[in-house]
Write a protein that binds this ligand. Structure first.
Ligand SMILES: NC(=O)c1ccc[n+]([C@@H]2O[C@H](COP(=O)([O-])OP(=O)(O)OC[C@H]3O[C@@H](n4cnc5c(N)ncnc54)[C@H](OP(=O)(O)O)[C@@H]3O)[C@@H](O)[C@H]2O)c1
Length: 262
């Protein structure tokens, strides 16, 4: 686990070391986790402007477990906004994200700058759970009973802490770009010594500091070696290629104004 004090140190270093002015874009920054991350950034760094993007956070989201509704691009709306439609698809999508991001990081290795993070933020009690798309009884039970009595004191991540943690994922110290990574060995521990200090976090391909990271709310990697081992190196490469093609075809069709039908 990346301790909160370390998260705050990383954020202070981010503010000091970032290009000035720092350009940050928040998709989904008006509420919840994106909003708290924007606040954490605002309290660390105070410049704005510029023509490039240094930090992009996409935390847009809507009510889950809703019936399928297609967008004009031919995508399931929930999938398009959230990237998750149900738990089974969620787990598949996490792997798809991982594959796509790993490939993207690899392609930009020479530039030594691109760092990608896919994170599960834990349970954070945000306005998301007051969404009127959820039934009144669910909202009452969840927000009026479960959240204050059990979730907030024992389970949920504090929203301010969540914002600080999300911002710290921009730290190159723990999550460097591909070309900045070290030896690329497959050690099972993703962080330096046994105390958890130093070293970089293991990336999606299992190598520490590989430029694309799949993380849990504590900032630790969620790489599941057993799942990848089943596929073997060739299987992983083939699947990566398939995901890459599929996703890029969707982008190309949509950019050309055609609905995506694949
Ligand atoms: N909170 C949790 O416990 C939790 C757990 C796991 C995963 N997540 C994921 O983390 C993300 C953020 O969750 P949250 O709790 O912070 O949610 P939230 O408080 O409901 O915030 C969602 C944000 O997404 C924006 N948004 C909704 N539809 C959009 C669209 N079509 N285009 C662009 N922006 C759109 C909203 O903007 P407006 O308010 O302006 O509509 C809002 O700023 C979501 O993807 C969620 O699934 C959350």
């Amino acid at each position: 686990m990346v301790k909160l004090a370390e998260v705050q140190t990383l954020n202070a270093a981010l503010a000091a070391d970032s290009p000035k002015p720092l350009v940050a874009v928040f998709l989904g920054g008006t509420s919840g986790i994106g909003h708290m991350t924007a606040r954490a950034l605002a309290s660390s760094a105070q410049q704005a402007g510029g023509a490039r993007v240094d930090y992009l956070m996409t935390s847009q989201g809507e009510a889950i477990f809703q019936p399928r509704k297609d967008t004009t691009e031919g995508l399931d709306e929930t999938m398009a906004i959230l990237g998750t439609a149900n738990l089974q698809v969620r787990s598949h999508l996490c792997y798809m994200h991982s594959m796509y991001m790993s490939q993207l990081a690899e392609l930009h290795r020479a530039e030594k700058q691109l760092r990608l993070v896919h994170v599960f933020p834990g349970l954070v009690l945000t306005p998301a759970f007051h969404n009127p798309a959820y039934s009144a009884w669910f909202r009452f039970l969840f927000n009026g009973v479960l959240a204050p009595l059990f979730l907030a004191p024992f389970v949920a991540v504090d929203p301010v802490e969540s914002g600080e943690r999300m911002l710290s994922l921009a730290s190159p110290a723990l999550y460097p770009a591909a070309s900045m990574s070290g030896t690329g060995d497959d050690s099972s521990s993703s962080r330096g010594d046994e105390s958890g200090k130093g070293g970089t976090v293991r990336g999606m391909d299992g190598r520490p500091g590989s430029g694309a990271y799949s993380l849990d709310w504590k900032g630790d990697d969620t790489h599941n070696q057993k799942v990848y081992a089943k596929l073997g190196d060739e299987g992983i490469e083939a699947l990566k290629e398939q995901v890459w093609e599929h996703t890029n075809t969707a982008f190309e069709d949509i950019a050309a104004g055609k609905p995506f039908t694949e």
